[in-house]
Design a protein around this ligand. Structure first.
Ligand SMILES: [Zn+2]
Length: 299
């Protein structure tokens, strides 16, 4: 009997020592992750993630995380999830589009007050207003997008001295490619200026503005299937009255209504890429806009 008590006491002591060691180790791990200098950046959604990917490529001790899943698409209809909030918990930097795209931003900021927020839309000009207020899909204009890249790069350079040169070089290289693309747009799409078009996706308002299209925007919240019968009728009437030949949709849209309109009017559907979704390839914006260039040439 006495012997078994002795064993129990020894067992308790051994367990206590193991528990103490485990706790010590957890604490040490926690401190290490705080002191290893990793800068955690969280982007609000896909277009911001692609910009950050380009600027931070090859940078040391950084962690880049995209908050809203790429399948979410636009943040228009997005509701902040507990899972996504967790990604922001220990972030040092939050990179956002701005202009109201991140309607949840106050909640994100109050959850982590130590985090620096970078707004890519700072000093943005030529803001388009629609029936819902500011149209925040600024990145479909290459000019706007370049400013977004500059704003994010500048803020990161200020924040992270160690990688500052890297960020500068990466941003310069990326902007050079964007300028080239912009030149191709100007030289190859001269003829589309003034062309009348109907656009069933608000993401392309800025692209249309850059191209000088005479574009009627139909608010669909990125889903042309939401159009009411009355709206559809009005669009068909307008296309007939104005002799419009171009219908612009996002390639990821359903196209049900666009096809009805095309069938009734003879106008052609152009399926553009809004850059709202895609692969993790850092060139995905460049590729999307090149894809659009090729399609627009046929207008
Ligand atoms: Zn949207």
């Amino acid at each position: 009997m006495k012997k078994s008590i002795k064993y129990i006491i020894i067992a308790i002591i051994v367990i206590a020592i193991i528990v103490a060691l485990v706790i010590l180790n957890i604490n040490r791990d926690k401190q290490e992750s705080k002191e290893d200098g990793t800068l955690k950046m969280v982007t609000s959604f896909y277009p911001m993630y692609i910009i950050a990917e380009n600027i931070t490529e090859g940078a040391e001790n950084i962690e880049l995380v995209n908050m809203a899943d790429v399948n979410v698409g636009c943040l228009h209809d997005y509701t902040l999830t507990t899972e996504d909030m967790k990604k922001v918990e220990n972030a040092d930097i939050f990179i956002m589009n701005g202009l109201g795209m991140e309607s949840f931003i106050d909640k994100v900021i109050s959850s982590n007050t130590n985090m620096e927020v970078i707004d890519s839309s700072t000093n943005m000009q030529n803001i388009i207003l629609d029936e819902n207020g500011v149209n925040a899909h600024i990145w479909t204009s290459i000019d706007n997008y370049i400013l977004q890249v500059e704003n994010i790069a500048e803020a990161l350079i200020q924040k992270d001295e160690v990688n500052a040169e890297k960020y500068k070089a990466n941003a310069d290289g990326y902007i050079e490619k964007l300028e080239e693309l912009k030149n191709s747009y100007s030289s190859e799409l001269q003829d589309v200026k003034g062309t009348k078009a109907i656009c069933l996706n608000e993401a392309f308002a800025y692209l249309g503005q850059d191209l000088g299209l005479d574009m009627t925007m139909v608010e669909t919240n990125h889903e042309e299937s939401t159009m009411s019968a009355e709206m559809l009728r009005n669009v068909i009437d307008e296309i007939k009255n104005e002799n419009i030949q171009v219908i612009i949709v996002d390639k990821n849209d359903s196209k049900t209504n666009a096809e009805t309109i095309a069938n009734e009017t003879g106008a052609k559907i152009y399926e553009l890429n809004s850059g709202l979704t895609g692969s993790e390839d850092k060139d995905s914006y460049l590729n999307a806009m090149k894809e659009n260039l090729e399609l627009l040439k046929s207008i």
